[in-house]
Design a protein. Structure first.
Length: 321
C-alpha cells in the first residue's frame, strides 16, 4: 500500500513538473535588449531570404514519366517546413543557442535542418520505447501498462539530444583542425609581410596557398569583406565569432591596433602563431597522458582478472575442505 502511494506521488510530481516546464516554455518571457535586437535581425534576414530567387520551372507534360524522387521530395519539403517553424519558434522565444549555432556553422549545417532532425529522432524514440517493451513482454519480462509510457518518454528525450552530442563532438575535432590551420596561416602572413607586401595583400595571398576547407572559409570571409566594405581583420573577427574560434577574434583585435605598423604586425603574428602551437602541443601531451593512464588501468584490471583466475581454484579447494 505504501509503495503504491509513493509511486502515485512520484508520478504526480513528475507530471506537475513537466506541466510547469511546458507552461513556462509557452508563456512569453521578458527578453533583454540584446536578444530583442537579435530576434529582429533574424526575422529580417529570414524575410529577405524567403523571397523567390528564380522563376519556377515549367511543369512536365502529361505524358512525361513522374520522377522517382517524389516521395523523398515531399519528405524533404516537410522536414524543411518543420525546421523553419521550429527556428521561428526559437527566434520568437529568444533562445539563441550561440555555441550550438557556431558548431553548426563550422560544420556547414543549417540550423533548420538540425532542428528538424531533432524532432524526427524524438518521434522515432516515441515508437522505439514501446517497441522494446513489446519485445520484453513477448519474452515474459513484464506487463505493466506504465512502463511503455516511460520508455517512450525516455527514448524520445534521449533521441532528441543525440544530434547535440554528435554536433559537439564533430565540431570539437574540426575546430581543433581549424586552429592548426590558423597557426600556419599566421606564419604565412608574417612571411608575406617580411617580403614587402602590405597587410591586405599578405592576408589574401596567405589564404590562397591551399584549397583546404579552413583556408576556403578564410578566403570567403576576406572576399565578403571587399564586397561589404569591412576591413579584412574585421572580417576575420566576424568569422571567428561565427565558427566559435577565439583565436581569430583576438587576431582581429590585435590587427586593428597595429595595422599601420608592419614590424609590429609581423612580431604580433609570429608570437601569436607560436603561442597557438605551444597550446596545441600542450593539449596533445595532455591527451597522450590521459590515454597512458587509461592503458595503465586496463593493464591493472587485466592482471587482477588473471590473478583471480589463478587463485580461484585453490581457494575453492580450501573452502570445500
Amino acid at each position: 500500500m505504501n509503495s503504491d502511494i509513493t509511486t502515485a506521488v512520484l508520478v504526480g510530481a513528475l507530471f506537475g513538473l513537466g506541466l510547469y516546464a511546458l507552461v513556462r516554455a509557452l508563456l512569453p518571457t521578458r527578453r533583454g535588449p540584446v536578444s530583442t535586437v537579435a530576434r529582429v535581425d533574424a526575422l529580417r534576414a529570414r524575410g529577405g531570404a524567403g523571397a523567390p530567387l528564380a522563376p519556377s520551372a515549367p511543369s512536365a507534360p502529361s505524358g512525361a514519366p513522374v520522377a522517382k524522387g517524389g516521395v523523398s521530395g515531399r519528405l524533404a519539403e516537410l522536414r524543411e517546413r518543420t525546421g523553419g517553424r521550429l527556428a521561428e519558434l526559437y527566434v520568437q522565444r529568444g533562445w539563441e543557442q550561440r555555441s550550438l549555432r557556431a558548431d553548426l556553422a563550422l560544420l556547414d549545417r543549417t540550423w533548420e535542418s538540425f532542428l528538424a532532425t531533432k524532432v524526427v529522432l524524438a518521434a522515432t524514440g516515441l515508437f522505439f520505447g514501446p517497441f522494446l517493451f513489446s519485445l520484453g513482454w513477448m519474452l515474459g519480462m513484464g506487463a505493466s501498462p506504465v512502463v511503455p509510457v516511460w520508455l517512450a518518454l525516455a527514448f524520445a528525450a534521449g533521441f532528441f539530444f543525440l544530434p547535440d552530442v554528435e554536433v559537439r563532438r564533430d565540431a570539437k575535432a574540426k575546430r581543433r583542425d581549424f586552429r592548426r590551420v590558423v597557426a600556419a596561416y599566421l606564419d604565412l602572413v608574417a612571411m608575406s609581410l617580411a617580403g614587402g607586401r602590405g597587410l591586405p595583400e599578405a592576408l589574401k595571398a596567405a589564404a590562397e596557398v591551399s584549397d583546404g576547407w579552413a583556408l576556403r572559409r578564410i578566403r570567403s570571409a576576406l572576399a565578403d569583406a571587399r564586397i561589404t566594405g569591412l576591413t579584412q581583420w574585421q572580417a576575420l573577427g566576424r568569422l571567428g565569432d561565427e565558427v566559435g574560434v577565439d583565436e581569430l577574434k583576438d587576431l582581429s583585435a590585435s590587427l586593428a591596433l597595429v595595422a599601420d605598423d608592419g614590424a609590429k604586425v609581423r612580431a604580433s603574428l609570429s608570437a601569436r602563431a607560436e603561442t597557438m602551437r605551444h597550446r596545441e602541443l600542450g593539449e596533445i601531451e595532455g591527451s597522450a597522458g590521459e590515454r597512458s593512464q587509461s592503458m595503465l588501468i586496463a593493464q591493472l584490471l587485466l592482471c587482477m582478472g588473471f590473478l583471480i583466475f589463478l587463485i580461484f581454484p585453490a581457494g575453492m579447494r580450501v573452502f570445500q575442505a
